[in-house]
Design a protein around this ligand. Structure first.
Ligand code: BEZ
Length: 219
């Protein structure tokens, strides 16, 4: 992904949202933030995605994660669209702010442009999603084309993985889900692991006899 990517600090932009004006650094500092863009208001996949985000919002808030949506239309259009989103997704309240970017300036700075999807005003935003850490750095990015809707279970799963790795010297294996064992990071020696993980760990006996696949449980 050219431009803004994992490890980069998000630009300090002033944005206008459905919940008021925000400064991006102030909004994102000291918590986790999911910044997610959408090709446009009143489009089918986006309507389902924003509804799903609203249904999952409590799950994110409970984990200390703020949500910040974005679509390249103005606030008036966003507010009209929210009525459709809430009507389509029963019980969902769009309680998170949606950034307006009618001039399509912010999507360029946030590396959220879809090179293939265009309308009469130029390039549309991609279905990009950045997970920003409390240090304002991008920890993970999804980049989907306009034609593929995201899976919010996967977004929640990766948030949990990122938060585990930020708390402990662990990583999460393939298809990991919350509550399952995690692996100890390669840089940790067995002696260090004994101190770091007093609950113990299990080392897999592999043909190489290199003791690098070590499972433990952390909360
Ligand atoms: C959609 O959100 O449904 C969409 C937007 C642009 C192209 C294709 C799908």
């Amino acid at each position: 992904m050219p431009g803004l990517t994992i490890g980069d600090t998000i630009p300090n932009l002033d944005v206008e949202t459905t919940n008021g004006k925000y400064n991006l650094h102030k909004f994102c500092s000291d918590s986790w933030t999911i910044l997610f863009s959408h090709p446009g208001d009143f489009t089918p996949v986006c309507t389902t995605e924003l509804g799903k985000m609203a249904q999952y919002s409590k799950e994110f808030y409970q984990r200390g994660v703020k949500l910040l949506g974005m679509s390249c239309n103005d606030i008036k259009s966003h507010n009209e669209w929210i009525k459709d989103i809430e009507a389509y997704t029963s019980g969902a309240k769009v309680d998170y702010p949606i950034i307006a970017d009618p001039e399509r300036e912010l999507i360029k700075q946030l590396n959220m442009v879809d090179p293939d999807e265009k309308d009469s005003n130029g390039n549309l935003p991609s279905r990009a999603l950045h997970i920003v850490g409390p240090d304002l750095k991008i920890k993970l990015s999804f980049l989907y084309p306009a034609t593929t809707g995201r899976n919010m279970d996967e977004v929640l799963r990766v948030v949990e993985s990122l938060q585990k790795a930020s708390k402990f010297k662990v990583a999460t294996p393939a298809n990991w889900k919350q509550g399952e064992p995690v692996v100890i990071q390669p840089g940790v020696t067995n002696e260090q692991a004994k101190e770091m993980f007093p609950q113990g760990f299990e080392t897999k006996d592999l043909p190489s006899k290199k003791e690098y696949l070590r499972f433990t449980k952390v909360n």
